[in-house]
Design a protein around this ligand. Structure first.
Ligand code: NAI
Length: 330
């Protein structure tokens, strides 16, 4: 039997040890290393499978040129860069890897929340710049974490992992998720809020873990952020557009927010002239020491990256061999 051809479109380069370990006996595996769709032309047309990261989009025009294509494996959770409906029409399976970073994103959300709640980020910044006041007074007032309310928007995989971690620190955890059935609150020992206003009005910390949709776009905006008690903490590791960045800026300026931990922005990398970015880089602005901004890296651990590659390869293998595959999304 001749071997299948599997092309990794972008992001991953040689050595392809993980992919070849899973696929080597049935397929030849090549890395294209494209940074745009134009660089795929003439390089992938004969492939039986594509493994896709985030620099390219698999549109119908490309799929039409690929007569042997059987599976598009997105090595990550979101699949908005693949025309799933067209793939379905053509009988091409689309798969994803939903769980490569579940624990890692939850850890990152807690790391930011705790660093802000304990004043760690803020005091370290002030001391590094130089101060005569070498004392806890730099972070006054801080409150004990036990008993504070930790709100979770979106109780899916990552939201649940975050809830368990927050509980372990003594937070009273409350969630908002219209798609989660009754009983999850009891199973996890957390509380449910009926709507966004009820959730935000009681939160010391609120952490976003929902999917981005028309319902969740700018869920946190200049109006809704007013429902948070003064001195709250906002964390977003979900998708940038769930939070309006201008609400974060205004919240930090007004003191509504004690701090914010933001891993995702609507535009990545951000425009350096965006008001929030300018404020964050300005030593005289409160955002300088109250905003933790990271480059969409909450998922990242070496183990998570390896999971992405291995599980993406396993999905390809299962589809090519006609075996059941749990992660087909179309
Ligand atoms: P998931 O699908 O397991 O959970 C998402 C939850 O959001 C679901 O329970 C869903 O019911 C809920 N939801 C949908 N609409 C809602 C609404 N209007 N209000 C409240 N909840 C709503 O997804 P998972 O794997 O937990 O991912 C969560 C988020 O984290 C996603 O936005 C994903 O893109 C993001 N993510 C970020 C990473 C990073 O590196 N920063 C890495 C991986 C995922």
């Amino acid at each position: 039997m001749s071997k299948f051809l599997v092309c990794i479109t972008d992001y991953i380069h040689e050595p392809l040890d993980i992919e070849r370990q899973v696929l080597g006996d049935i397929a030849e595996v090549q890395a294209v290393g494209a940074t745009s769709n134009a660089e795929l032309v003439g390089r992938v047309e004969q492939a039986d499978a594509l493994m896709v990261y985030h620099f390219v989009s698999i549109d119908r025009e490309l799929m039409r040129r690929m007569p042997r294509l059987k599976v598009v494996a997105r090595c990550g959770a979101g699949f908005d860069n693949i025309d799933v409906a067209f793939a379905r029409e053509q009988g091409i399976a689309v798969t994803n890897v939903p769980d490569y970073g579940t624990e890692d994103v939850a850890d990152a959300a807690l790391a930011m929340a705790l660093s802000l709640a304990r004043g760690t980020h803020r005091m370290a910044h002030i001391c590094q710049r130089g101060t005569d006041n070498w004392s806890y007074e730099l972070a006054v007032p801080l409150r004990r974490i036990r008993g504070q309310v930790f709100g979770i928007i979106g109780l899916g995989r990552i939201g649940t992992a975050t809830a368990l971690r927050a509980k372990a620190f003594g937070y009273d955890v409350v969630f908002l998720d219209p798609h989660v059935g009754d009983g999850m609150d009891k199973a996890l020992g957390i509380r449910r809020a009926a709507d966004l206003e009820e959730l935000l009005r009681q939160c010391h910390v609120v952490s976003c873990h929902c999917l981005l949709s028309e319902q969740t776009r700018h869920l946190i905006n200049p109006q809704t952020i007013q429902w948070l008690p003064p001195g709250s903490i906002l964390i977003n590791t979900a998708r940038g557009a769930v939070v309006d960045a201008m609400a974060v800026l205004q919240g930090l300026e007004s003191g509504r927010l004690l701090g914010a931990g933001i891993d995702v922005l609507e535009q990545e990398p951000p425009d350096p002239e965006h008001p929030l970015i300018r404020a964050w880089r300005d030593p005289n602005h409160p955002a300088f020491e109250r905003l933790i901004l990271t480059p969409h890296a909450a998922f990242y651990t070496e183990e998570g990256l390896a999971d992405m590659r291995r599980k993406g390869s396993q999905n390809v293998r299962q589809v090519l061999l006609g075996q059941p595959c749990r992660n087909i999304v179309n």
